[in-house]
Design a protein around this ligand. Structure first.
Ligand code: AMP
Length: 230
């Protein structure tokens, strides 16, 4: 059983590394950002997203959408409840889980530590991907995302509106929260609220910190090597 918590600023390649870790170790991928984006699409009237947004969040979908569009954080109680439900629903035959984008605040981190203790879950390892701010702004201003499968591609190779090279069904769009103003806001939120959450986890779990610059394959190898160390 391998439980992981993946930390990194927006644009650190966290999503890409999450996918690799999930495949490599057969983990259940729990991305609060992806789940909340479904709720935002439900708020915008997308019928398919409506059935995928967890029922407990559906009547909050408009409020969630507005918060996300400002680059701010959704309230702790909503997100903690969401993660508690999702973890409870993971089939026992999975290799473990990977939390991506959660916890992001001190109360979320404390809530998670309590939940793991109460339910007797295996202590997770925390993986931190580090990338300098200037590199993050450069990366995010060139990022395109599929509006269907959420695959990330780089502008330059593809243009906004192109069909998605991964699933072939969706269109490539600039994610609303990747607009420059919102990126700066998300980075500020990461430094102010999410780094202190990491300090809480550090007191309870093993933390593996890796350099997130360079080729994604190299970053993946750094993570695997860090996890293999004892
Ligand atoms: P992400 O894709 O993880 O960067 O998440 C996108 C947006 O979803 C964030 O900017 C927040 O508005 C919201 N969000 C995702 N995860 C959380 C969380 N753990 N706590 C609060 N808000 C979150």
């Amino acid at each position: 059983m391998l439980n992981l918590i993946l930390f990194g600023p927006p644009g650190s390649g966290k999503g890409t590394q999450a996918e690799r870790l999930v495949q490599r170790f057969s983990l259940e991928h729990v991305s609060t950002g992806n789940i909340l984006r479904l709720c935002r699409r439900a708020a915008a009237g997308d019928a398919a997203a409506r059935s995928d947004c967890p029922p407990a969040l559906l009547d909050q979908a408009d409020r969630i959408a507005a918060i996300m569009d400002r680059g701010e954080l959704v309230p702790d109680d909503l997100v903690l409840g969401l993660v508690g439900d999702v973890l409870a629903g993971i089939p026992a035959d999975r290799g473990g889980w990977l939390l991506d984008g959660f916890p992001r605040t001190v109360p979320q981190a404390e809530g998670l530590v309590a939940l793991i203790g109460e339910r007797g879950l295996a202590a997770p390892a925390v993986v931190v991907i580090e990338v300098p701010d200037a590199e993050i702004v450069r990366r995010l201003s060139g990022r395109l995302v599929c509006d269907r499968c959420q695959a990330v591609t780089v502008a330059g190779e593809h243009a906004e509106g192109d069909p998605c090279p991964a699933c072939g069904e969706g269109r490539l769009v600039v994610r609303d929260d990747d607009r420059p103003e919102t990126v700066r806001r998300r980075l500020a939120v990461y430094r102010a609220q999410t780094e202190p959450a990491l300090a809480v986890l550090r007191r309870h779990y093993r933390v593996v910190t890796v350099d997130g610059t360079g080729d994604p394959d190299a970053v993946a190898e750094r993570i695997a090597a860090g996890l293999a160390e004892r």
